[in-house]
Design a protein. Structure first.
Length: 452
């Protein structure tokens, strides 16, 4: 009989204690934080699923590589190793390091966009949208119709609606569209993958109109593995070869190495266009640093160089996707509404279906996230009406699983907490805003519960 249990493809070498709190403690803490989980100290969190960004556990190979980090201001050999690692996977001519993904986005949009431009994407994430809109451009989301139906099963719900993209270009004119972006996997759309066929089709439309295609590559390895699992003709290909094919269709990319780079900080911007690269490097020097370090220490460049390769290891990806699916499938089997099928880095609870008595204006995602914290000390994040305002197409609560951090028993605990909240969902109140910032308001917003 074949063994079917998928185990973690690593051993634990160092541990960090986590602290339990009482419900009474958590009630006081969340009140003091204005019911915003971003404003709760991490020491008061038992299971932290706020984000998978920068929260990975690094490997022995990454720690070893960090010891040879060279901190020379210019021309560091750590940058050379970093660049070679990126180019071996992504294939772009120019690799520009940044301190994280949003810095790459800021440079990209400042160089390529102007007021009145339109940037289509399958779905912009929060910092992508904010950086795009900050320069006066319009961040346009054009996912496929299935992406707006959380319970609908589709293997590649992260896809862009190619017909709508063509319509937008025809209506607005190619001159108003400086670039098209694809976010892989589609984070705001439930962590859903983009198919290779869709990447090719989007590129064909872009090529026809002379528009560059950029990929938001934060979770490129997970997307590559989903293609291997779900798309015809890729079952026998390695995640590395699939990733190379994905990026061969693009003209550049932005990357937060805090996700599938398995690093705690860092990112990069890539392009094949020489003039554009020089403009981007000029802006990099102004705000991030010299182009051979870009706001990063040499040791961070070393950690990313190793982490990018580890993220493509098939045993790791098999475990990663299976662990996330375990959480999603267990709660869905009890009736909990989630975005189907389970994503790669996170499970997304459908807050509107979970709490149908709370209208969108009362932030059902916030209500559900707060309740998960009160019930079990779990921190998650709302992706919906608070984060995106009028642009929100769904109200989701994302449970983002840090890479190589939590064990199976931690995930089983999360299942129990969600099911406990599900059983008394009718008693959960809605919320109203007390304070908000003009940009990225979800990071610092203050709210209060409404009387039931």
């Amino acid at each position: 009989m074949a063994i079917r249990t998928i185990i973690e493809p690593f051993r634990i070498k160092s541990v960090e204690p986590i602290r339990r709190t009482s419900r009474e403690e958590r009630q006081k803490l969340i009140e003091a934080a204005g019911y915003n989980l971003f404003l709760v100290a991490s020491e008061a969190i038992l299971i932290d699923l706020l984000t998978d960004s920068g929260t990975s556990a690094m490997s022995t190979e990454q720690w070893a590589a960090m010891m040879r980090g060279d901190e020379s201001y210019a021309g560091s050999p750590s940058f050379t190793r970093f660049r070679e690692s990126v180019q071996a996977i992504f294939g772009f001519r120019h690799v520009i390091p940044t301190h994280q993904g949003r810095a790459a986005e800021r440079i990209l949009f400042n160089v390529m966009c102007k007021k009145g431009d339109i940037v289509p994407n399958n779905t912009h994430f929060d910092t992508t949208r904010a950086n795009c809109e900050f320069v006066g451009a319009t961040a346009l989301d054009i996912p496929i119709l299935e992406a707006k139906q959380p319970s609908h099963l589709h293997p590649f719900k992260g896809n862009m609606d190619v017909a709508r993209l063509a319509e937008v270009i025809a209506r607005e004119g190619a001159k108003k569209i400086p670039l098209v972006m694809l976010t892989i996997t589609n984070n705001s759309g439930g962590g859903q993958p983009v198919s290779m066929a869709n990447i090719r089709e989007v590129k064909q439309v872009c090529r026809k109109h002379g528009i560059p295609l950029y990929i938001d590559a934060c979770r490129f390895a997970e997307n590559a593995y989903f293609i291997k699992l779900r798309e015809e003709g890729y079952a026998d290909k390695t995640p590395r070869n699939i990733a190379r094919e994905m990026f061969a269709h693009a003209d550049g990319c932005t990357m937060s190495a805090k996700k599938d780079g398995l690093a705690n900080i860092g990112g990069f911007l890539c392009t094949n266009e020489d003039t554009l690269a020089q403009q981007e490097k000029d802006l990099l020097i102004l705000t991030e640093g010299f182009p051979t370090y870009g706001g990063l220490a040499g040791r961070d460049l070393e950690a990313i160089a190793v982490g990018l390769n580890e993220a493509l290891e098939e045993e790791y990806l098999k475990y990663r996707i299976a662990s996330t699916a375990f959480l999603g499938n267990h709660i869905a089997s009890e009736g909990v509404p989630i975005v189907q099928p389970p994503g790669g880095h996170a499970i997304y609870l459908d807050a509107r279906a979970f709490l149908p008595h709370i209208p969108t204006a009362q932030f059902p995602g916030v209500a559900l996230a707060v309740e998960l914290y009160l019930e079990g000390g779990i921190r998650s994040v709302e992706i919906g009406s608070l984060m995106f305002g009028e642009h929100a197409q769904m109200d989701l609560v994302r449970l983002a699983i840090p890479r190589r951090v939590y064990t199976q028993s931690h995930i089983e605990y999360v299942v129990e907490v969600i099911l406990d909240v599900w059983r008394r969902r009718e008693k959960i109140p809605g919320y109203e805003l007390v304070h908000q910032a003009p940009f990225l308001r979800h990071f610092t917003a203050k709210l209060k519960p409404l009387a039931r």
